[in-house]
Design a binder for this molecule. Structure first.
Ligand code: F0G
Length: 367
C-alpha cells in the first residue's frame, strides 16, 4: 500500500506531547533517507550509513524540531516567534512561521552565515537582523526577548524542539530494525546530540503515554560520538569559548545551550565529544560528495571527518553498524565545492558550440 509520509508529529504522535486536538504545523519533515555509505564502509570494515537530513523541507534537521516548536507556539496563542541562528534554524523558523501564519524575527551573527540560509529567511518573509556579535551573543538576546517581550522563543532551549528532533533516532531504528552500535554527529549548540540520545533511550525501553505503555522497539542504545570544529570546541576544552572560529559557520558556537544534556549523552552512552580541524572537515565534505554521492554543507561533514580521523588512529571497530547524521544540504553553502584541495578556485572549462571540440575536450574518439 502506498503511504504518504505525514511529517514527524503525525508519524510519531504517540511518542510526542501532542493530542488528537493539536493543530499541527508541518511541511512534511522527516522520513529522510538512511543511505549506505559504500566507501566509508570499505574504509572502516563496519557498515556505515548516512542519515541525510539535507532532505528535509528547508534542507536541514532543524525542521524536525521546528514543526513541534511552531505547533507549540500556535497552541500558546503566540503572534510572533524569535530565534538566534547560525543560519539553519532561521531558515526553518522562517518557513514554519509562514506555514503557521506567525511573524518571525531572526538574529544572526553578521557576516557569518551562508548566502543560501540568509536567502531562505528573507524568502519566507522573516525580519532578519544581523547582530554585531557571534551566535552566543544572538542567543542571549533572543532569550531575553522571549522572557521580557511578547515573542515566543523557538531555539532548542525550548524543549519542544528537542522532542521533535528525537524522531531522527526513531527513524534510524525503524530503518535498521535496531539501534546502531555507534551514532556519530556534529555538535554545535548541542541540541541534536541531546535529542538523538533521548530518542534512542525512549525507544529502548517501555514508554509511558496517556493511552498506555508502549513496548521497547530496540534492544540497545548506541555509543554517541560527537565532533566539534577545533576552533569552536567548548566540550573538548571543558568550558565555554569566547571567540569561536571555524569555516563551518553552522557550528561556530562557543557556549552551547544544551551543555548538561550533551555531556549526559556522551557519558551515559560511553561515548565521546572530540574536535576535527577545518581541513579535516573540508576533506570529509569532499569525500562525501566525490565518493558517496552525498552533498552536504561543511558543518555537516564534521561527523564524517571525526569517523575518518578515528579510523586513522585505529579507534573505529570493524564489523559494527555505524550511523552518521549529515545535518544540512550542500546547496546551503555551495562555495566550498568550487575550491580545489590546494585552495584555488575551480574554473569550469569554456568550449565553443561545436561537437568536435567538445568531444576532443572530453578525450573522446569518434567510433
Ligand atoms: N549541523 C548543522 C548544519 C547545523 O546547522 C547545526 C546547528 C549543527 C550541525 C549542530 O547542531 O546545534 O544541535 O549541536 N545549527 C544551529 C542553527 C545552531 O542556528 O542553525 P546542534
Amino acid at each position: 500500500m502506498a503511504h504518504q509520509w505525514r511529517g514527524v508529529i503525525r508519524e510519531y504522535a504517540d511518542r510526542l506531547p501532542v493530542t488528537e486536538a493539536t493543530k499541527v504545523i508541518t511541511l512534511g519533515e522527516g522520513g529522510t533517507p538512511l543511505v549506505h555509505a559504500q566507501k566509508l564502509s570499505e574504509l572502516t570494515g563496519s557498515e556505515v550509513y548516512l542519515k541525510v537530513e539535507g532532505m528535509n523541507p528547508t534542507g536541514s534537521f532543524k525542521d524536525r524540531g521546528m514543526t513541534m516548536a511552531m505547533t507549540a507556539a500556535v497552541e500558546a496563542g503566540a503572534k510572533a516567534v524569535v530565534c538566534a541562528s547560525t543560519g539553519n534554524t532561521s531558515a526553518s523558523a522562517a518557513a514554519y512561521a509562514t506555514a503557521a501564519g506567525l511573524k518571525c524575527a531572526v538574529l544572526v551573527p553578521e557576516g557569518k552565515i551562508s548566502m543560501g540560509k540568509l536567502s531562505q529567511a528573507i524568502a519566507h518573509g522573516a525580519t532578519l537582523l544581523q547582530v554585531d556579535g557571534n551566535f552566543d551573543n544572538c542567543l542571549d538576546i533572543a532569550r531575553k526577548l522571549g522572557e521580557a517581550y511578547p515573542v515566543f522563543l523557538v531555539n532548542s532551549v525550548n524543549p519542544a524542539r528537542i522532542q521533535g528532533q528525537k524522531t531522527g533516532a526513531f527513524e534510524v531504528v525503524d530503518s535498521l530494525g535496531d539501534a546502531p552500535d555507534i551514532h556519530v554527529l556534529p555538535v554545535g549548540n548541542a541540541g541534536n546530540i541531546s535529542a538523538y540520545w533521548k530518542g534512542y533511550k525512549e525507544y529502548s525501553g517501555p514508554f509511558e503515554t496517556a493511552n498506555g505503555t508502549l513496548p521497547a522497539v530496540s534492544t540497545k542504545t548506541p555509543i554517541m560520538w560527537g565532533f566539534q570544529a577545533a576552533g569552536a570546541a567548548p566540550f573538548v576544552a571543558g568550558h565555554p569559548i569566547t571567540e569561536p572560529d571555524t569555516i563551518a559557520t553552522a557550528i561556530r558556537i562557543g557556549n552551547p545551550a544544551s551543555w548538561d544534556t550533551a555531556v549526559a549523552a556522551r557519558d551515559e552512552s560511553g561515548g565521546l565529544i572530540e574536535a576535527v580541524s577545518d581541513d579535516e572537515i573540508l576533506a570529509a565534505h569532499r569525500w562525501l560528495s566525490a565518493k558517496e554521492g552525498v552533498f552536504v554543507e561543511p558543518g555537516s561533514a564534521a561527523g564524517v571527518a571525526g569517523l575518518i580521523k578515528k579510523h586513522a588512529a585505529g579507534e573505529v571497530p570493524a564489523g559494527k553498524t555505524i550511523v552518521i547524521t549529515v545535518t544540512g544540504h550542500g546547496l546551503k553553502d555551495p562555495q566550498w565545492a568550487l575550491r580545489t584541495e590546494d585552495g584555488s578556485d575551480v574554473q569550469p572549462v569554456k568550449v565553443p558550440n561545436d561537437v568536435v571540440t567538445v568531444a576532443a575536450e572530453l578525450g573522446l574518439e569518434e567510433n
